[in-house]
Ligand binder design. Structure first.
Ligand code: ATP
Ligand code: MG
Ligand code: MG
Ligand code: MG
Length: 560
């Protein structure tokens, strides 16, 4: 392709409201544009990367025996009632009505639809096992869409669903998917870990998440330095905290002061183990800044900040905290949560751990003075498993690192087949519920995660498997020789099946070099008049920064 003819609107400056590298670079390199909160348009460059990754995913899915289908995104709400998730999925489910006021939702995931499909078609054990997958747009009304396509409200997912006659069959299907996932992420050159995961609301017995290790990750991977134990932090915390939780639970249920109804309700709704896993998020709704307490993916309560202060009646030693919050309230754009999160975190700690400073029950949430009544650091320790803790499996030492969940495999068992009455006839002619597994990969999230792992100050450094173009041809100066050589190389590379982007724009060298770095093709070939007259072309490898000169007449062979 020729850059002059492609729609690749690159940006010189970092866009506002992009907090993480991948978000910035996807906008700057012209891969995508934002349409609304958590909604993105993919431009030609971005679409090429999506196609690359999808091809890899499809190849590995097909090789593992899964078959591609395409399920509807628009789903009748009755189906979700059948599984119980119309209620349980919560506000993340995008709901809508048609012109006859019939209820629908936009699929955040497809267990219901796929189970409905097979319950009508699969009759006998002889039809099993089957594994069906699709690559499709998913909708989730995320409480806080952020970081570009790392957490968006419309995103592309590959989701596969396996159906077996028994647990042993499921085990095999699960392992096949697990292996396919390893091949997929290996092929993309990603540094990742498969970790044991909480099965959350999808339900089921066994699950692994595939975590790309990167600082921008919202998850924390806890792993052992001496065995292969690895878990996400929530699961690890749950294990370590399990014993402590029971003792402390009682104290927290005692909150009952005249002013504290909001907090009291919250406390009674939750058990302590869950509270310790609560994440605090501050965000703006239409009227105000709200502190939301989130357990796993689900918002469990919203507290107006003003109420929170009243109820908890925290003696704010540092009054500037109020000021900071006022600043946030007065802010009309998307809240920059990084600064505020610290405050939110402290507030939650005070709420959750406000058992301090007094023996009388009703005093527990009154006049608490962090620092005097409890050490904030100590409180933080309760909520997280720190590096250095003991491995629950081998007694080794745990390490931790941030991770981006790019995929997850679940053993669902018969949860959905029982709810939706999806059965097959076994060898004795007896009806049995199908034994299911489900397997997701975030297509757009993985692409962003790949950028998180592969970039420098100047732009993206695409792993070859995902690169929109392999070669970036950069003619300089525009003399006839240079021009001819560029055209010749462009043609020969194309004919050889090498994906090449020719920067044929009439731009300054600086602009061209900057865009080449930004777009991040693995091989950059510069055709300058001086080196060309010496019979040479300059090659730079984006990943390693390695530079070399190659023979201008024999260049194709060398590039290949
Ligand atoms: P998270 O914990 O980050 O919210 P999830 O566990 O809810 O993700 P799954 O239901 O396991 O996500 O969906 C399968 C995959 O879809 C995830 O592993 C992730 O790669 C991708 N995914 C989920 N939510 C989003 C989102 N909001 N934006 C982009 N990709 C997503
Ligand atoms: Mg989620
Ligand atoms: Mg998750
Ligand atoms: Mg998940």
């Amino acid at each position: 392709m020729k850059l002059s003819q492609m729609y690749i609107p690159t940006l010189k400056e970092d866009p506002a409201n992009a907090d993480v590298v991948s978000h910035k670079l996807m906008l700057r390199s012209g891969m995508m544009r934002k349409l609304g909160s958590g909604i993105y348009t993919f431009l030609p460059l971005g679409q090429r990367v999506i196609n690359k990754f999808q091809a890899i995913v499809k190849e590995e899915m097909n090789n593992s025996g899964a078959q591609e289908v395409l399920l509807p995104a628009l789903q009748p709400a009755e189906l979700w009632s059948e599984s119980g998730r119309l209620e349980n999925y919560g506000p993340e489910l995008m709901r809508l009505n048609d012109r006859h006021e019939r209820e629908f939702c936009l699929g955040p995931t497809h267990e219901e639809v796929i189970t409905d499909l097979v319950r009508d078609e699969v009759r006998s054990y002889k039809d099993l096992p089957i594994n069906l997958y699709q690559i499709q747009t998913k909708y989730r009304d995320e409480i806080r869409p952020r970081f570009g396509v790392l957490r968006s409200r419309e995103f592309i997912m590959k989701d596969a669903y396996s159906f077996d006659i028994d647990e042993a069959g499921l085990e095999e299907s699960y392992n096949d998917m697990y292996d396919a996932y390893e091949r997929i992420f290996d092929r993309c050159g990603l540094e990742y870990r498969a970790v044991k995961a909480d099965t959350g609301t999808i339900g089921g017995d066994d699950s692994h998440e595939f975590m790309v290790l990167a600082d921008a990750g919202e998850d924390t991977v806890v792993y052992c330095d001496s065995c292969d134990y690895a878990a996400n932090l929530e699961l690890a915390t749950a294990k370590v905290e399990a014993e402590k939780a029971d003792e402390e639970l009682e104290e927290l249920e005692l909150v009952d002061t005249p002013n504290s109804s909001t907090i009291a309700e919250l406390m009674s709704e939750l058990d302590l183990a869950a509270e310790k896993m609560i994440k605090a998020v501050l965000y703006e709704n239409d009227e105000q800044v709200v502190l939301a307490l989130v357990r796993g993916d689900y918002e469990v309560n919203e507290i107006k900040l003003s109420n929170l202060f009243d109820v908890v009646n925290i003696e704010l030693a540092a009054e500037d905290k109020y000021e900071e919050l006022d600043t946030v309230k007065g802010y009309t754009g998307p809240v920059n949560l990084d600064d505020v999160e610290v405050i939110a975190d402290e507030l939650v700690m005070k709420v959750v751990n406000g058992v301090t400073g007094a023996n009388q029950r009703e005093k527990h949430y009154l006049n608490v003075n962090p620092g005097r009544d409890f050490e904030v650091d100590q409180v933080a320790d309760i909520r997280t498993v720190k590096e250095g803790e003991t491995c629950p499996e081998c007694g080794g030492t745990l390490e931790q690192t941030p991770g981006i969940e790019v995929g997850q495999v679940f053993k669902l068992g018969t949860k959905y087949s029982e709810a939706l009455d999806a059965t097959f006839l076994d060898e004795n002619g007896k009806p049995q519920p199908l034994v299911m597994g489900c397997y997701g990969i975030g297509i757009t999230r993985t692409i962003a995660a790949a950028i998180e792992q592969n970039h420098d100050d100047y732009g993206i450094k695409w792993p070859t498997a995902l690169a929109p173009f392999t070669v970036h041809l950069l003619p300089l100066g525009g003399g006839d020789d240079v021009e001819n050589k560029a055209q010749e190389l462009y043609q020969t590379l194309n004919e050889a099946g090498v994906e090449v982007l020719l920067d044929d724009r009439n731009e300054r060298a600086g602009v061209k070099f900057n865009d080449a770095d930004l777009i991040g093709s693995p091989i950059r070939i510069t055709i300058g008049s001086r080196s060309l007259s010496d019979g040479e072309l300059e090659v730079k490898l984006r990943q390693s920064d390695e530079e070399m000169n190659i023979d201008a007449d024999n260049s194709i062979a060398e590039i290949k």
